[in-house]
Ligand binder design. Structure first.
Ligand SMILES: Nc1nc2c(c(=O)[nH]1)N[C@H]1C(S)=C(S)[C@@H](COP(=O)(O)OP(=O)(O)OC[C@H]3O[C@@H](n4cnc5c(=O)[nH]c(N)nc54)[C@H](O)[C@@H]3O)O[C@H]1N2
Ligand SMILES: Nc1nc2c(c(=O)[nH]1)N[C@H]1C(S)=C(S)[C@@H](COP(=O)(O)OP(=O)(O)OC[C@H]3O[C@@H](n4cnc5c(=O)[nH]c(N)nc54)[C@H](O)[C@@H]3O)O[C@H]1N2
Ligand code: SF4
Ligand SMILES: [Mo]
Length: 866
């Protein structure tokens, strides 16, 4: 399938009713005239307000201070008060954030589709409708579904989660009665979370950079794709002055790699083998933290030949080899577990989990890793040795009178290891290397966001069949998809029976998500949208909205009340709100008020209130039944319960912050939850994976599920990462496609959609920001006779796409990179937004069978001059 520009441009020609939503500058002109008039009549009529709030253009939620002059947002600066707690500066997107709000292309009125046919070249023939008509149309649909089978409704959100809060989506869908609520996390970083959950029963990691001496960064590109509210880039810079060295392992010379001490251009997807080879170097040299592995992890637990951990008579308690009594015992006081070795218990052979790892990596030598990952063996050995040396295994440090484990070397990633078909195993290798040097929750190491917070993640998966949910989360298809699966519903709706789904979904509501554009094999996603009645709540006529039946305009973050999430650091936590600064289009509704109104019309607003209390875990100040709530009142309620502070604090300061003491930072996590006898253990060996495999195999066989590929499931569900996880499907199958194709974020844009119309970002910054390119190495370009600026074709097994080549040195010769965020085709955006390539159209879709995470960086391609 060739997806040419022409196809999109035809769509643009069919604009029709979109013009009706087109902006006239009247609103701003009127506001300005009003301001002028006021100024003329009295000198005091210029009203200047400083408003503390939070940015929500991307999920960093930076603290901002807006200057609002006569109701118009003139400037957005960082809220400097937050620097004490987390947030150092904002970015160009945040500073020019008012352009998103004053964007002439904003949706302003509800729209109804009058052309039932959906496609990029189908004019939806929008008609503007009143809010009353919009509510009654949507409520009538919902009522029918709720009476027939509420599961037929699917709720999807992306950025929306970070606006009013996932809690409301969860409460609303529960009160409605559908299990189908899907967040975007599997398009984002779910694999990393699931790897954390399987390993330490919680999610959320950050390097303790304040004290680290070495950061081994596997593709966390935080100088370009901001993370942790810009704390991470700021802290890295501070720590470099105190001797921190950074090594960036990634196929492309990213902005982060460019600022590192060393760039290691690994072959895409092969990091697993590189890290396992490093593990081998550490194990062979004995430079590992044995006491940590024995006392905090399940490394000493005994594993049988089938990979199952030996349990006590109760069938639950794992056994270790006790070196005191020379027998298999539970790890209780007095027992000294062996870390290494093979043992016989009742005549059967067992090895410790650590021994299994050591045996598995025997043939993953640095030389083998060089062959696979194309990083010199000597570099791998040196990196491993430096990592062990900088980790200072065995040392302690005193902070605030507490003696603490000191391990100032840390391996970190974001999507670099996660956005992969074997994403869970990718980050599991990273966790294992960190565990080997014992840096978990140690000073300068990897700080966990709440070890053992959710013990259920250590259990065997439910492996549901038939699946409960349309996205197949936690079913036999994706047993550990604990974070919903963003992309699957649009596949199951095309043939629900094929997945054993006991109902056929009829309606989807999308809130703040341009889902099909953000997912590989995009056109497969769009196909799903033709099968359901779609309601889209957004601020723009996105591609997703182009496929809607009803479009509902939302307020932006500068127009709304939100109880806002923040990004914690290893040292701090915070609570914050967003408050409206302006409302240039006099919009009436936001997502919360839309949900509230629909729940009232369907008669479940009391249930929505009750479920909201549960979802937000409110304890004292509750959402009451029998009354209405405005968005401001609901934010006041949550603020009061969570902070116990007056709302005037929220209005004046926008946030409250808390600094962690040594105990809560270093001693309440693994020290408290995992250390020593009688405690749960971090899973160096993820035995729940192998247990789940056997369970899934049984269910698949019993139900004759040809669609469950048991061979692939077996590879995915290995309790330890191994060689096979460096070979995702396209690497194995797409033999005629010589190049690796990877994607990444850019500073000037956020995801798809909400920054593409911002003229400051796509024009004022310069040519470079206006479009994306196909980045190709100079040597490869020479062979292919490609010059910078040439139009080239990228061909994959999914399709072909054209773009402009950019010949550079900073990328591997066997890899090309194309950024996300560009080539938007919806006729409802500005013409500028159409520049560049929407790469997801040609990426292959191979979700991780553990977490359901999308693969974004596994596709192989051909490249030639167009
Ligand atoms: N190839 C490739 N694909 C990627 C990525 C990549 O790096 N490469 N990145 C991935 C990642 S990390 C993620 S998180 C996903 C994101 O995928 P999605 O969650 O689907 O995010 P977006 O596509 O950005 O959609 C966000 C939507 O929210 C809308 N929006 C913005 N502000 C508001 C508001 O105030 N109210 C409402 N109602 N809507 C609003 C925007 O207009 C936009 O339509 O994409 C993934 N896709
Ligand atoms: N400016 C901007 N900032 C953002 C966002 C945005 O859209 N724009 N989105 C935010 C969101 S939702 C997220 S999830 C984060 C994501 O933040 P990151 O994970 O840092 O961003 P990505 O660009 O998705 O991927 C990181 C890097 O992985 C590299 N990579 C690709 N394949 C491989 C591989 O096989 N191995 C290794 N080691 N590296 C590889 C890419 O080249 C890229 O530089 O960014 C957040 N910040
Ligand atoms: S990093 Fe994200 S949240 Fe922070 S200012 Fe930039 S766009 Fe806004
Ligand atoms: Mo993301």
């Amino acid at each position: 399938m060739e997806l040419s520009r022409r196809r999109f441009i035809q769509g643009v020609g069919a604009l029709g009713g979109v013009a009706a939503t087109g902006f006239s500058f009247d609103v701003i002109a009127q506001a300005a005239a009003g301001a002028k008039k006021g100024k003329a009549s009295t000198a005091t009529a210029v009203e200047i307000r400083k408003v503390k709030s939070g940015c929500a253009i991307c999920p960093n939620f930076c603290g901002i201070e807006g200057t609002v002059v006569n109701g118009i947002v003139r400037t957005i600066y960082p809220d400097t008060a937050r620097a004490d707690f987390y947030n150092h500066g904002i970015c160009p997107k945040g500073a020019s954030g008012m352009f998103n709000t004053y964007d002439p292309y904003r949706l302003k009125k509800p729209l109804r589709r009058t052309n039932p046919k959906k496609g990029p070249n189908e004019d939806p023939r929008w008609v503007e409708i009143s809010w009353e008509e919009a509510f009654s149309t949507v409520a009538a649909r919902l009522k029918k579904i709720r009476e027939e089978d509420p599961r037929k409704l699917i709720w999807q959100h992306g950025q929306g989660k970070y606006l009013i809060g996932e809690e409301f989506a969860s409460a609303w869908t529960k009160a409605f009665g559908t299990p189908n609520m899907s967040h975007r996390t599997t398009a984002c970083e779910a694999a990393r979370h699931v790897a954390d959950e399987l390993t330490w029963a919680g999610a959320g990691i950050l390097p303790d950079l304040k004290y680290s001496k070495l950061l081994l960064n596997f593709g966390a590109n935080y100088y370009e794709g901001e993370q942790a509210s810009r704390w991470l880039d700021w802290q890295t810079m501070q720590s470099i002055d105190q001797g921190l060295k950074t090594v960036v392992v990634e196929p492309r010379l990213s902005s982060t790699a460019a600022k590192a001490n060393e760039w290691v251009p690994v072959r895409p997807g092969k990091d697993v083998v590189l890290i396992l080879a490093m593990a081998k170097v550490l194990i062979d040299a004995g430079t590992i933290d044995e006491p940590f592995l024995v006392e905090y992890t399940n490394a000493p637990q005994l594993v049988d030949a089938a990979g199952i951990i030996l349990k006590d008579k109760d069938g639950k308690t794992p056994l270790v080899w006790d070196t005191v009594s020379d027998s298999a015992k539970p790890y209780v006081p007095g027992v000294k577990p062996a870390l290494k070795g093979s043992y016989k218990v009742e005549g059967k052979p067992y090895r410790t989990a650590f021994q299994v790892l050591a045996d598995n990596v025997k043939d993953i030598t640095p030389e083998y890793a060089q062959e696979v990952a194309d990083v010199p063996a000597a570099t791998i050995t040196r990196l491993a040795q430096t990592f062990a040396k900088e980790a200072r295994i065995g040392q302690t440090i005193e902070i605030d009178g507490q003696k603490l484990r000191y391990r100032p070397a840390v391996l970190y990633t974001f999507r670099g290891l996660a956005a992969k078909e074997h994403g869970v195993q990718g980050w599991r290798t990273g966790l294992i290397l960190n565990m080997l040097v014992g840096n978990i929750d140690a000073v300068g190491g990897l700080i966990l966001g709440g070890a053992y917070a959710r013990p259920q993640y250590f259990d065997v998966s439910k492996c549901e069949y038939p699946p409960t949910r349309a996205d197949l989360a936690q079913s036999v298809f994706f047993p550990y998809a604990n974070h919903h699966i963003a992309q699957t519903s649009n596949i199951t709706v095309q043939n629900p029976k094929a997945f054993g789904l006991p109902y056929a979904p009829e309606m989807q509501i999308y809130y703040g998500s341009n889902r099909p554009v953000s997912i590989p094999n995009s056109w497969q996603q769009f196909e799903g949208l033709t099968k359901t009645f779609n309601v889209v709540i957004d601020i723009l006529m996105t591609e997703n909205a182009w496929y809607a039946d009803i479009v509902l305009p939302d307020k932006t973050y500068l127009e709304s009340w939100h109880y806002a999430p923040t990004r914690g650091t290893p040292d701090t936590g915070h609570m914050a709100i967003r408050q409206p600064m302006t409302n240039p289009y006099n919009l009436e509704q936001d997502a919360f008020s839309i949900m509230w109104e629909l729940s009232k019309r369907l008669g479940f607003s009391d249930k929505f209130a009750e479920e909201s209390n549960k979802a937000w875990k409110l304890k004292e100040v509750l959402v009451k039944t029998g009354r209405d709530y405005t968005p401001r009142e609901i934010v006041e309620t949550i603020w009061a319960d969570k902070t116990k502070k007056d709302f005037s604090v929220a209005l004046e300061q926008g946030f409250v912050g808390k600094k962690k003491d040594v105990k809560s930072k270093y001693l309440s996590g693994v020290e408290d939850k995992f250390k020593g006898p009688g405690k749960a253990k971090m899973k160096l060996y993820a035995d729940q994976l192998i247990d789940t495999y056997y369970k899934a195999e049984g269910i698949a066989k019993k139900n004759n599920l040809a669609s469950v590929d048991l061979a692939k499931l077996r590879i995915a569900y290995s309790p330890l990462p191994n060689k096979e996880h460096a070979f995702p499907t396209p690497h194995l199958e797409a033999k005629d496609y010589p190049l690796y194709l990877i994607t990444h974020k850019r500073m000037y844009r956020n995801q798809s959609g909400n920054t593409v119309n911002n003229v400051i970002l796509n024009q004022a910054i310069g040519k470079d920001a206006a479009t994306n390119t196909v980045q190709v190495n100079a040597a490869t370009a020479r062979d292919l006779k490609i010059k910078s600026g040439d139009t080239v074709t990228i061909e994959t097994r999914v399709g072909k796409i054209k773009g402009a080549a950019q010949v550079i040195q900073g990328i591997r010769p066997d890899t090309i990179a194309v950024s996300y965020h560009y080539g938007q085709w919806s006729p409802g955006y500005s013409p500028d937004s159409h520049k560049g390539i929407a790469i997801n159209q040609v990426l292959e879709h191979h979700p991780d069978l553990i977490s359901g995470h999308n693969s974004f960086n596994d596709t192989k391609c051909k490249l030639y001059k167009a």
